[in-house]
Design a protein around this ligand. Structure first.
Ligand code: PLP
Ligand code: COI
Length: 344
């Protein structure tokens, strides 16, 4: 793949795609310790055909963004939380965790090295970082091991769902994404592999994404294929599903705090798919999705429309405005949320 050039990119019309940027961070774990790590221009990885990452799925990843501020500086949003979640994912799959402080430093190095690719302030875009931890131990037995590679690569992105802040439509599925007691709380490729077929069926039928229901009763909303779910009740309460098999979303935890600030009395609770009438508004929340309004959910052929299929609803807009103002450095957020990336 040819290397991307910043001058060839139109930052105003970016979708969610991979561009091979000049630099990524690369570190390897061998003989019981992580090596020093370095920026690399090589975007291909080389490993044994027997690497357990390739056949038993021993890999975990993260998604985070760097935002261009109005003053030209760059913010990362809560990178420590991504570092910690990757450690929890590594623990779940018996992989070697990458140290939190080194993760944050590496993320800053990657942003700085690729700073020309951080979309301009007010373009609506951001530089998406994809930290990746894989077990490269050559093994045919069902156990992993002693060799790991940690990478952070980056790519500039715009809206994840086609509409951005325009509502889009979603559909439930009879497929499950993750089991209670499975790996739903870990950000591991296996969960996403399980979601490919239902995701494709949903896209082919014209929907943005799948609404997964709980794997036991197929009644309670879990999350979307690429984001957590929230609803705003007619009484103005922010509700988001509580489940042992969904991703602990950093955007979700941030919005729980923002919703508290805004007097929305937020709760994590069971949300029945048969109870959508209680909501005046609904949305998807995640690093890629930011906040994307859910215009409708179709369940067993019945379409439920929330606020509007064309207009973003007022509470959703207010949450979006506050979240993005903190991310892009326009407003002060809680301590530690916006982390400056030194550029000199
Ligand atoms: N749920 C799933 C399945 C996701 O892929 C994501 C994206 O990372 C999220 C939720 C949102 O998590 P976060 O806000 O940490 O990006
Ligand atoms: C993210 O939001 O960072 C994710 O990892 C979702 C992914 C499917 C793009």
């Amino acid at each position: 793949m040819t290397k991307a050039k910043a001058e060839d990119l139109d930052f105003d019309t970016l979708g969610f795609a991979y561009h091979d940027l000049p630099y990524r961070y690369h570190a390897e774990y061998h003989n019981g310790q992580w090596g020093p790590g370095e920026l690399s221009t090589e975007s291909n990885l080389s490993m044994s055909e027997a690497a357990v990452a390739l056949h038993y799925g021993l890999q975990a990843f993260e998604g985070m963004k760097a935002y261009r501020r109005q003053d030209g500086g760059i913010n990362l949003f809560r990178p420590i939380e991504n570092a910690k979640r990757l450690q929890r994912s590594a623990d779940r799959l018996l992989m070697e965790p990458f140290p939190v402080d080194r993760f944050v430093e590496a993320a800053k190095e990657v942003v700085k090295a690729n700073q020309d690719f951080v979309p301009p302030y007010e373009s609506g875009g951001a530089l998406y970082l994809r930290p990746l931890l894989i077990d490269t131990t050559p093994n045919i037995g069902l156990h992993g091991g002693q060799d790991f590679t940690f990478v952070i690569f980056a790519t500039p992105v715009g809206a994840y769902y086609p509409g951005g802040l325009t509502p889009t439509s979603f559909v439930t599925s009879d497929f499950d994404r993750a089991a209670h007691g499975g790996t739903g709380q870990a950000k591991v490729g296996g969960n996403y592999a399980a979601s490919m077929l239902p995701g494709k069926k949903a896209h082919d039928a014209g929907y943005s994404d799948v609404v997964y229901l709980d794997p036991i009763h197929h009644e309670y909303i879990e999350e979307l294929g690429s984001a957590n779910f929230f609803g705003i009740t007619k009484e103005g309460q922010f509700q988001t599903p509580k489940s042992p098999s969904i991703l602990p979303s950093i955007t979700k935890f941030s919005l729980l705090e923002i919703a508290r600030e805004q007097g929305l009395n937020p709760i994590e609770t069971s949300i029945s798919i048969n109870d959508l009438d209680q909501f005046a508004e609904a949305g998807a929340m995640g690093t890629a999705a930011v906040i994307s309004p859910v215009g409708s959910i179709t369940h067993h052929g019945q379409k439920h429309v929330f606020y509007s299929e064309t207009e973003v609803a007022p509470v959703t807009q207010k949450l979006y405005d506050r979240l993005t103002a903190i991310q892009y450095g326009d407003e002060e957020g809680p301590a530690g949320w916006a982390v400056d990336v030194p550029l000199d």
